[in-house]
Design a protein around this ligand. Structure first.
Ligand SMILES: *Cc1c(COP(=O)(O)O)cnc(C)c1O
Length: 433
């Protein structure tokens, strides 16, 4: 697959190159030059397959020119080695549970697939993964790359703005995983990462690679579960899919699934109070506000960095925002009420899934079927959920085992020079090992 830089369309790279490089010139995002498309008959055939086999076929449509079928099948088997259930929540609403991977959030899909691709690409030289996280990417990346030879991982996160348990999950690993708490919000962390990628000298010196949601491999991995959601629905009339959105990578993947031919009637981009996109779709004005801290903290993003890809996709496909995408924000108060509502329906949720459910429930028309993405396990937001429901919830074993381990993070100011000096020294030290 050839991809071009949205900012500089003359810059073209292969999929392998795009995975290694992350971003193009001037932080431009890569976008597929040719979007594959399945016929309705092919879609029917795909829907009949089990998840991993189908995922391999979907991935092959993009990267079949750079990897063999056997390699792709193995990538999918290794990356997607956990269940992806669809659970009915009410008469016409279902949820796709994406949180049964090792870090209990949907970012395991992208993180694990990317680490499998990089494992194949790992050359003689060391690779340094630098990523910013608002909570879950960091955990998924850290776990996906933990103990992978020749790869150093550095994760930046906003100090004091992620849940205690989230922090425990990825800041207690050690070895090739280094975690840094930054004095600032997620956008500040993201800005530092972008600056590092713009620094040619540093990039070369440490073999810099990004693993956050801008990496194209992560998006491809996420396309696969939209097919699963659709395949598992007993009724496929006007399927509306609601995606709890922060950086909009998940939604980009959903829209790519639609571009491939998956007959999703409409997507919903549900946000928290960080509502840049719903405001933009209503007014046509792109006016990011200061990032606000909310209950659904993995979505506390006011400058969603995948948005240019969505614009590009709509342009290429000739889709209309008004028709194919609906977007609305949900306040923390509504989020809490929704978690209670869902509990009354017999479904234990958490803030991100609840945001998606709320917009879906308000927007769904009679005769339509709705699916919202369950992006995190309720236990990942244990304190918040317990506080809202007034009862204790169980900690699954994946989380329980990290609870009492000491945090290994360092604390840095939001200062690029400090980060750069650290990265150079850290890579030298790692080389010497
Ligand atoms: C990252 C994350 C989101 C937002 O996904 P994007 O692809 O950034 O829009 C939603 N929910 C959870 C639990 C997340 O970790």
């Amino acid at each position: 697959m050839q991809l071009y830089n949205i900012k500089h369309p003359e810059e073209k790279v292969s999929f392998k190159q795009a995975v290694l490089q992350g971003l193009g010139r001037e932080q431009g995002l890569f976008f597929p030059e040719q979007l594959p498309e399945f016929t309705p008959e092919q879609i029917e055939e795909l829907l009949a397959l089990p998840f991993v086999e189908r995922a391999a076929k979907v991935l092959e449509a993009f990267i079949g020119d750079e990897f063999t079928s056997a390699q792709i099948q193995e990538l999918a088997e290794q990356a997607f080695n956990f269940p992806v259930p669809v659970v009915q929540v009410s008469e016409n609403v279902y949820t796709l549970e994406l949180f049964h991977g090792p870090t209990l959030a949907f970012k395991d899909f992208g993180g694990r697939f990317m680490s499998q691709v990089l494992r194949l690409l790992a050359q003689e030289r060391k690779i340094t993964i630098l990523t910013a996280t608002s909570g879950d990417t960091g955990a998924a990346v850290a776990h996906a790359f933990y103990q992978v030879p020749n790869i150093e991982v550095v994760v930046l996160y906003p100090k004091g703005r992620i849940s205690e348990l989230q922090e425990k999950l990825f800041c207690t690993l050690g070895e090739n995983i280094k975690t840094i708490a930054i004095d600032g919000d997620f956008d500040a962390c993201q800005a530092l990462v972008k600056q590092a990628f713009d620094d040619q000298e540093l990039r070369e010196a440490i073999g810099l690679n990004s693993a956050n949601s801008i990496n194209i491999s992560r998006l491809l991995a996420q396309i696969t579960y939209y097919f699963e959601a659709y395949a598992r629905l007993p009724c496929k009339q006007q399927v509306v899919v609601s995606v709890p959105s922060g950086n909009f990578g998940n939604l980009t993947a959903g829209l790519l699934a639609k571009a491939l031919g998956l007959p999703i009637y409409q997507y919903i981009a549900a946000t928290n109070a960080n509502d840049t996109v719903p405001r933009y779709l209503a007014s046509g004005k792109w006016e990011p506000a200061t990032t606000k801290a909310t209950l659904s903290n993995a979505m506390d993003v006011s400058r969603p960095n995948n948005w240019p890809r969505i614009e590009e996709l709509f342009k290429v496909k000739g889709w209309q925002f008004k028709q194919d995408l609906f977007s609305a924000p949900v306040s923390d108060e509504q989020t809490a009420t929704t978690i209670k509502e869902l509990e009354a329906l017999g479904y234990l949720s958490e803030p991100h899934g609840a945001v998606a459910y709320q917009v879906l429930a308000q927007h769904l028309q009679p005769g339509q079927v709705g699916v919202f993405l369950g992006t995190a396990h309720p236990a990942k937001f244990k304190a918040e959920v317990e506080n809202i429901l007034g009862k204790e919830i169980d900690l699954p074993e994946q989380l329980a085992k990290y609870k009492d381990r000491p945090l290994l993070s360092e604390n840095f100011p939001a200062d690029y020079d400090v980060l750069k000096a650290f990265l150079l020294a850290h890579t030298e030290a790692a080389k010497a090992k």
